[in-house]
Design a protein around this ligand. Structure first.
Ligand SMILES: NC(=O)c1ccc[n+]([C@@H]2O[C@H](COP(=O)([O-])OP(=O)(O)OC[C@H]3O[C@@H](n4cnc5c(N)ncnc54)[C@H](O)[C@@H]3O)[C@@H](O)[C@H]2O)c1
Ligand SMILES: N[C@@H](CCO)C(=O)O
Ligand code: NA
Length: 443
């Protein structure tokens, strides 16, 4: 007699949002239903898709009968809720309601996690459900779960990330074509990488939210977006990109999360520095080879050494890969019992101010080409405790006396000292102008 296999249990999945990511998730849930059921140990039945306007035309593969404008009602009748609306409200209220009703949650919402992550974790703990968010950082690239699980036995020292595809595309075009910032942004918009209002990307808000999430996981410490020092790429000029190229480097918008040395005053563990800003990265560093709209996260851990996670950080299909991976994971937990990791913030390290971050500067100046000028410039660095590593002078000609370009690379120093040096250089009578200032990372 043929063996009768019990049919797998059914889990009711509610999808909140049917935009770029949501429509890809909805389509793949149907297309891959059998494989996902086999992997999860339960059929993942899409019971509804919350949208803002039910009557709107949708892509093929989206069953119109599933669309509802009653998101609150939908979350009450689901075992797992997938949130891909974005923003703070109504996403937060819906997720809190879903968890209170006993549903596990998968979200791609970096803004919400970086603003109010601890509240979501607390709600997940109170309800005994999962909160998963791989898609919130670097889209398809597995980085949340590696930090949360795979590396949890190690000590992460530093994470450097190219975590915003739009700005990486813009900086890459500036490097490869010599384009200015505005021109490169327009190209990114015409190719669909940059939004009509590119503020969240070019001002570094998107990367800062991701940096906060990465730092929280890497250092077992609560870090919110507001704690992250943030500088975007709107001030990066074609001259900066050319200065980097001359120095054998590229300009990247980096998310930098690192441990800082103890300051001595009752701070035996040290703290963390979390910042987003443009930086020169030597061309031989693995992050320098991250081209176009790709993302990558470079992790330095005590035992593992250096690890590089690379891939597509955006787009409906790639992001849906991360969402569905989380969905299968939380579904498995519901089938066999138990939960994935919850918040780990026991280390509670202080987030140190930007002025204390130890960095290096690469400064390009125009100076009068006359005796004593180099000594005057060197004195400005010395006055601020900033040590010069290399200086290169190129005559620029011109009359009378002529001028020269000076390119100065410093040794490591606190950012406040280097920033004060640049301010003093700009005010020095020996200096005609400071034409480029970039921090240097990854050396
Ligand atoms: N697009 C990407 O490449 C990408 C990558 C990683 C993470 N994410 C994250 O995924 C989430 C969704 O991004 P997206 O690109 O799909 O955005 P999107 O704007 O394309 O989709 C969001 C959808 O939610 C809908 N919506 C808004 N309010 C709603 C409500 N109250 N009820 C139901 N639906 C509502 C909107 O109408 C829209 O269709 C965001 O948190 C985003 O940060 C996106
Ligand atoms: N706008 C983001 C994608 C979603 O995080 C980027 O350009 O990388
Ligand atoms: Na990811």
């Amino acid at each position: 007699m043929a063996e009768v296999r019990p049919s797998p249990p059914v889990l009711r999945v509610a999808l909140l949002g049917c935009g770029v990511v949501g429509s890809a998730v909805a389509r793949q849930l149907v297309e891959q239903a059998d494989e996902l059921a086999a992997r999860a140990g339960a059929r993942l039945e899409l019971v509804g898709i919350a949208v803002r306007r039910a009557g709107r035309r949708r892509e093929p593969g989206i069953d119109p009968a599933l669309l509802t404008t009653d998101a609150e009602g939908l979350v009450e009748r689901a075992d797992v809720v997938v949130e891909v609306i974005g923003g703070i409200e109504p996403a937060r209220g819906l997720l809190l309601r879903a968890m209170a009703a006993g549903a596990s949650v998968v979200t791609a919402n970096k803004a919400l996690l970086a603003e109010d992550g601890p509240r979501l974790y607390a709600a997940a703990d109170a309800a005994g459900v999962d909160l998963y968010f791989e898609a919130a950082v670097a889209g398809a690239i597995p980085i949340v779960r590696p930090l949360r699980d795979s590396l949890v036995g190690d000590r992460v020292e530093r994470v450097l990330g190219v975590v915003n595809g739009t700005t990486n595309f813009v900086l890459d075009r500036m490097d490869s074509t010599g384009a200015g910032f505005e021109e490169a942004v327009q190209e990114a918009q015409s190719l669909g990488y940059a939004e009509a209002d590119p503020t969240a990307d070019v001002e570094g808000f998107d990367a800062a939210a991701k940096a906060a999430i990465i730092a929280s996981l890497a250092f077992h410490t609560r870090v919110r977006a507001a704690d992250v020092h943030r500088e975007g790429i709107t001030g990066v000029t074609a001259g900066d990109v050319a200065a980097a190229r001359d120095a054998g480097a590229v300009v990247k918008l980096l998310a930098i999360c690192e441990r800082t040395a103890p300051t001595g005053d009752g701070d035996a563990e040290g703290g963390v520095s979390v910042r987003v800003h443009p930086a020169m990265v030597p061309r031989e560093h693995p992050l320098a080879g991250v081209r176009g709209a790709f993302n990558a996260v470079f992790v330095e851990a005590r035992s593992a050494g250096s690890l590089m996670f690379y891939g597509q950080g955006a787009g409906g299909e790639p992001t849906a890969s991360a969402v569905l991976g989380d969905l299968v994971a939380v579904a498995r937990h519901r089938v066999v019992g138990g939960r994935g990791s919850s918040e780990s913030a026991y280390a509670d390290l202080p987030v140190r101010p930007m002025g204390e971050a130890v960095t290096r500067y690469h400064v390009r100046l125009e100076v009068h080409d006359r005796p004593g000028v180099l000594a005057q410039v060197a004195q400005v660095f010395a006055d601020h405790g900033a040590s010069v590593e290399t200086v290169r002078q190129t005559p620029l000609g011109g009359e009378p006396g002529g001028s020269a370009a000076l390119v100065v690379a410093t040794h490591e120093a606190p950012d406040a000292a280097l920033a004060a040096t640049v301010e003093a250089l700009a005010a020095s009578p020996a200096v005609l102008g400071v034409t480029s200032v970039l921090r240097v990372e990854g050396t």
